[in-house]
Design a protein around this ligand. Structure first.
Ligand SMILES: [Zn+2]
Length: 276
């Protein structure tokens, strides 16, 4: 999409998670996409008009990128996948000849148009914490955010105001790498003055490592996740604890078995022996 003009937008239903803006098509057609970015779990497409197309995949949303005339779905699939036109809700026809199709069976995804100057103050964005891979996220910042928090450390990591966009899988994996129990209280990684303890430094390291490894592996293929080329991500083959209930802990020298508990309605996988 980047650098190309949106020639035509097909909207095949009036709503995703929320109704699409009434002037959605008018504000997009004819506009050049000047940049593609991301904030937390939101995808952003900057338009020459100064608007930003804000998109979220929700639970099951995915984009397919294809080229006019080629047809079909690019890439290979481990599971049969039809073009499922019933779930192709929005199609962008680009001046480059590419078609970018948003498919979302469960329709928890969203698309909004927000003026760029209003984006940082938008209700969906303004409370969002620092990007985990950005320089602004370090042990000082994490400890300060956790100081005084009586929730569990796992819940704090999933709190988007503490750190942006860290999902359930990566929170579990990072806690295992840092050898920290998901059940410990969040404030225990900070000193009484809110400074980071050594474990906060280890946790930030673990978060950055687990995310960088996952990006290298192409993400994790659970449920309907696909990369835009249609390939499955392979990070699930690197899970240390996630979805490994009852299996031996991979920490060298640890004889623990991975346990699954439910915290705040989400599955947590951890080793009760080496995660303190
Ligand atoms: Zn262990």
């Amino acid at each position: 999409m980047e650098g190309a003009r949106i020639v035509r937008v097909e909207v095949r239903r009036p709503d995703l998670r929320w109704p699409l803006p009434r002037d959605f098509v008018q504000r997009l057609e004819g506009e050049t996409v000047t940049g593609i970015g991301r904030r937390a779990k939101y995808l952003t497409a900057d338009l020459a008009s100064g608007d930003v197309l804000l998109m979220h995949l929700g639970m099951s949303g995915s984009f397919r990128v294809g080229h006019d005339g080629e047809g079909g779905i690019p890439g290979e699939f481990h599971h049969p996948r039809t073009a499922a036109p019933a779930h192709d809700h929005v199609v962008f026809h680009m001046s480059s000849g590419a078609t970018v199709t948003f498919n979302d069976p469960r329709r928890f995804g969203l698309m909004l148009i927000v003026p760029r100057r209003e984006l940082a103050g938008h209700p969906l964005i303004r409370e969002v914490g620092p990007e985990p891979l950005g320089n602004a996220f370090d042990a000082d910042v994490l400890a300060a955010a956790c100081a005084g928090k009586k929730t569990t450390l796992k819940a704090a990591l999933l709190d988007q105001t503490v750190v942006a966009g860290l999902g359930n899988i990566y929170a579990c994996e990072a806690l295992h790498r840092a050898k920290l129990s998901p059940k410990r209280r969040a404030f225990t990684i900070a000193t009484r003055t809110g400074a980071p303890k050594a474990c906060a430094i280890a946790l930030v390291d673990a978060i950055k490592t687990v995310l960088n490894d996952a990006i290298k592996a192409g993400g994790s293929s659970l449920r309907d996740h696909r990369r835009t080329d249609g390939e499955l991500g392979y990070f699930q083959h690197h899970f240390r604890v996630y979805d490994r209930e009852g299996e031996l802990c991979v920490t060298p020298g640890c004889r623990g078995k991975v346990k699954r508990i439910v915290q705040n309605g989400r599955s947590t996988f951890f080793c009760p022996v080496c995660q303190k």
